[in-house]
Write a protein that binds this ligand. Structure first.
Ligand SMILES: Cc1cc2nc3c(=O)[nH]c(=O)nc-3n(C[C@H](O)[C@H](O)[C@H](O)COP(=O)(O)O)c2cc1C
Length: 193
């Protein structure tokens, strides 16, 4: 059952509804996701802004039935695997550590790309949840040493919250946000709370 966004994620300004509809759920159905669906998410990422239009980020992905699935699942922190293993696809987002210093840091473009793909997924009725990659995971095969994973993204079809194990079941509610003035100030740094 869809959550009540006006209750959990209210906004007093007329933003595009998709922004509030995207949230980091964990209840996933375990159904497959098609190759073309993942490519559509990645195509959305491709259109994100990047310095000189040349994104520094790279993405390695696996569909749940693929041979490379266990390798990507290793990137998910062990504590998150009980729910994350019901994903249809896993995406490792990598950035180079060797970018020229005069540009915006690669994380800036990687974050923009991530948001593009997450909003595209929301529009397609898919769930995305970004996780910090497992600290103890073996390096992804074939990745040049200059690149490091910055996020592992769980992508899946929505599942039933009641099927989640605890402690996640009770947390399966869209999060809210603090008021805008906490983060932005007109002509000056925002006031503390
Ligand atoms: C850079 C980044 C790292 C995150 N790392 C984790 C994580 O390690 N574990 C987790 O459960 N969620 C993680 N998240 C998801 C956030 O917890 C989530 O986006 C945040 O609580 C806001 O909720 P929402 O995405 O539902 O709007 C991460 C999100 C971002 C953008």
């Amino acid at each position: 059952m869809p959550h009540d966004l006006d209750r959990h994620r209210p906004s007093r300004l007329p933003i595009v509804p998709l922004f509030r509809e995207r949230w980091s759920a964990r209840a996933l159905s375990g159904e497959a996701i098609g190759h073309d669906e993942v490519l559509t998410l990645l195509e959305a990422a491709r259109w994100a802004p990047a310095d000189r239009g040349e994104p520094p980020w790279r993405i390695v992905f696996a569909l749940r039935d693929a041979e490379s699935w266990p390798v990507l699942l290793d990137q998910v922190p062990e504590a998150e695997r009980p729910w994350a293993r019901h994903a249809g696809a896993l995406l490792a987002l990598l950035i180079p550590d060797t970018a020229p210093q005069e540009t915006l840091p690669p994380l800036f473009a990687a974050g923009a790309a991530w948001q593009n793909l997450a909003l595209q997924a929301t529009d397609m009725g898919l769930v995305t949840h970004a996780l910090a990659p497992s600290a103890g995971a073996p390096p992804l095969p074939g990745v040049p040493p200059a690149y490091r994973p910055v996020a592992i993204t769980v992508v899946g079809r929505p599942g039933r919250p009641q099927d989640l194990p605890e402690p996640w079941r009770e947390r399966e509610v869209p999060s809210g946000r603090a008021r805008l003035e906490r983060y932005v100030g007109e002509g000056r740094f925002p006031d503390p709370d």
